[in-house]
Design a protein around this ligand. Structure first.
Ligand code: ATP
Length: 428
């Protein structure tokens, strides 16, 4: 049976091993040839001695990135960097790579992002790029684990829908047989229905589609949203759940890939035990002390968020957003209806999550539809669930790519998206 390179390294000197992988690089000399073999766990030198003629022949027809199978003996007293090599007895080419490569795997200079994304299959063979997605998987696993421990169940809601979640704009239309439909912007309405259905705590990890026309380093037209909704809870419960989920994600990543990341110069954020909170109105005050005028009801610009973020070295919440800035399902603050029981989670200047307590009273919901200029009839599939016993509830939506981006200190969301969908790109 073949071993991974990482597993082979743990075997005794002289053990016979079979390794499969890519020829990352090779050198043919007079008396000996060397291959740098790479698999999903690392690289290892394969040494081919001159006396093995058949092998020399195979080596002379090699290309970089050809897929091979090597059988040989482990030498743990080699003159290589890690002191280990495999002395080859046989070398089989499983699939030859074409030449020239569209993109180098070991080139020091990085190609531009467009070339990289066009050739993503090979761009991801670079260790540092591959590490991004292994990191994302660990962070998500840490969050999933925490939510499971907290008795959330993972659900899957439809992505082809009849009504807009966040209002009428930014929707991708879909021709659904004789009807008009849309790609869902968020699982919001469905996860709320599931609270009425008695599940109490649900979460979903799935795609969200936004037909936003702008092209920025932090927006995609299809992103992955981690959404939760919890019954008999308010916004403060949801904020605590978010804080602990993020901490669990970082713990998981640190314990598995922390060393690999730091060897690439990436140091993970140290989240504070309690994430600080600042209200929307306090942010306005902070900005006005810096001679930035923001009127109540306006959203913060990226420049405003830079200033606010400079006061906070890590994660923090901005709470009590104006009701007019939030979606119809957001609970107004009792006794001060111009504000809402809502929050965003920020990391420095970047928004990574928004959440809130939701409206659970059907009459209030009807009013909120009208206030936002929405036709309540379009939402009857949703509001019906409120008429027959809907618990108070709260939740949030966290962008997985945004989270990965800020954790790994990347500056373009496309870096942390396998196959990004943006204003101009739908392929590969
Ligand atoms: P922004 O103001 O940054 O455009 P938003 O207020 O529209 O975001 P929400 O609808 O509140 O975002 O979505 C919740 C979370 O989903 C955001 O905090 C973010 O992490 C993620 N998100 C939203 N839109 C996008 C997008 N276009 N691309 C990537 N992630 C997104």
């Amino acid at each position: 049976m073949s071993l991974s390179i990482a597993d082979a390294l743990t075997q005794e000197n002289d053990t016979e091993v079979t390794l499969n992988g890519w020829v990352q690089d090779f050198r043919v000399l007079k008396t000996v040839s060397f291959i740098v073999l790479r698999d999903h766990t690392g690289v290892l030198q394969v040494t081919v001695k001159k006396d093995k003629e058949v092998l020399q022949k195979a080596i002379s027809s090699l290309q970089r990135e050809t897929v091979v199978s090597v059988r040989g003996k482990l030498n743990k007293e080699a003159l290589t960097k890690n002191g280990i090599e495999v002395i080859a007895d046989s070398l089989t080419v499983l699939n030859k790579s074409a030449t020239p490569l569209p993109l180098g795997v070991i080139d020091k200079v990085n190609a531009d992002i467009e070339t990289r994304l066009n050739n993503r299959f090979i761009d991801l063979r670079k260790e540092e790029n591959n590490l991004i997605f292994r990191s994302e998987s660990e962070v998500l696993w840490g969050i999933r684990k925490y939510l499971h421990e907290q008795k959330f169940i993972e659900v899957h809601t439809p992505k082809i829908v009849a009504a807009a979640t966040e209002g009428g704009a930014d929707l991708f239309p879909v021709q659904y047989f004789e009807k008009n439909a849309y790609l869902n912007q968020s699982p919001q309405l469905y996860k709320e229905i599931l609270i009425s259905a008695g599940f109490n705590r649900v979460f979903e990890v799935g795609p969200a589609f936004r037909a936003e026309k702008h092209n920025t380093p932090r927006h995609l037209n299809e992103f992955t949203s981690i959404d939760i909704e919890m019954g008999f809870s308010d916004h403060t419960d949801a904020m605590r759940m978010l804080q602990e989920s993020i901490k669990s994600g970082i713990r998981q990543l640190k314990s598995t890939l922390g060393d690999s990341l730091s060897s690439h110069g990436i140091n993970l954020p140290e989240p504070p035990d309690e994430f600080p909170k600042i209200t929307y109105n306090e942010c306005i005050e902070l900005l006005s002390n810096r001679n930035e005028v923001v009127n109540f009801g306006s959203d913060f610009t990226p420049e405003n968020l830079k200033i606010i973020g400079s006061e906070f070295p890590s994660f923090y919440f901005i709470t009590e957003w104006p009701s007019e800035l939030r979606a119809f399902y957001t609970m107004p603050k009792p006794g001060q209806e111009s504000l809402s029981n809502s929050f965003d989670l920020q990391f420095k200047e970047f928004e990574i999550t928004s959440g809130a307590q939701r409206v659970h009273d059907p009459d209030m919901l009807e009013l909120r539809f009208r206030k936002k200029g929405l036709n309540p009839e379009d939402f009857s599939f949703y509001s019906n669930a409120f008429r027959y016993g809907m618990p108070p509830h709260a939740g949030w939506g966290l962008g997985l790519e945004r989270l990965t981006m800020i954790m790994l200190n990347m500056h373009n969301i496309r870096e942390v998206t396998l196959f990004p969908r943006d204003r101009t790109r739908i392929s590969p």
